[in-house]
Design a protein around this ligand. Structure first.
Ligand code: 13P
Length: 191
């Protein structure tokens, strides 16, 4: 378990350093059998130590010290629906979240596995940390590996932490590409 907790911290540092989360935003979890290890609430993902990671069971009971992410029920809801998912990375990465705050949909670009939907699935806004968001996210992700949370951020899931993190990076880069395309299409040709 120590090695697994260390991997969560590595992923947190990587997504922070890549600018996918800032301030105290975002949360990361991984499932190990009947236990989920998750980042604590209200702490920067750039400043976590192993003892900060909180273990919970599938009913959400806290098994260690500390307070889990306020989105713990959203993570648990997805794990309960998806036996193929063992890791979840939730970011507020700026380009993808910019789309989430706009009326523009994000296309699923080539470059990361099967394209199940031409556009990334999204759910309507629910208040962060609520049971409503947890329920809507677990239903909204279906069998996809990404979900856009309207006016909030992005969820990426995977078989393991590396996969979920790589996908979070890919989604942000895809959003950047689409942002650039929209900008270029909106300007007049230069003489
Ligand atoms: P937590 O600090 O409770 O994980 O909340 C951060 C966040 O990004 C909520 O969506």
């Amino acid at each position: 378990m120590k090695k697994n907790v260390a991997e969560i911290i590595d992923v947190c540092n990587e997504i922070y350093n890549k600018g996918l989360v800032s301030g105290k935003a975002g949360n990361v979890s991984a499932r190990f059998g009947d236990v989920v290890a998750i980042t604590p609430t209200l702490k920067s993902l750039s400043q976590l130590n192993e003892e900060d990671i909180v273990l919970v069971n599938m009913e959400g009971n806290v098994l260690t010290k500390g307070k889990p992410s306020s989105e713990v029920n959203m993570h648990l809801g997805i794990y309960k629906k998806r036996s193929d998912v063992n890791a979840i990375v939730h970011t507020h990465s700026p380009y993808a979240t910019g789309f989430a705050f706009s009326d523009k949909k994000l296309k699923r670009l080539e470059g990361f596995g099967e394209i199940k939907n031409p556009y990334l699935p999204f759910i309507e806004y629910e208040k962060p940390g609520t049971d409503e968001l947890a329920k809507s996210a677990a239903e909204g992700i279906g069998d996809d590996d990404v979900l856009i949370l309207k006016n909030h951020g992005v969820i990426c899931v995977g078989d393991d932490l590396k996969e979920a993190m790589l996908l979070a990076v890919f989604v942000e880069e895809s959003a950047k590409t689409q942002f650039n395309t929209l900008m270029l299409n909106s300007v007049e040709e230069l003489d």
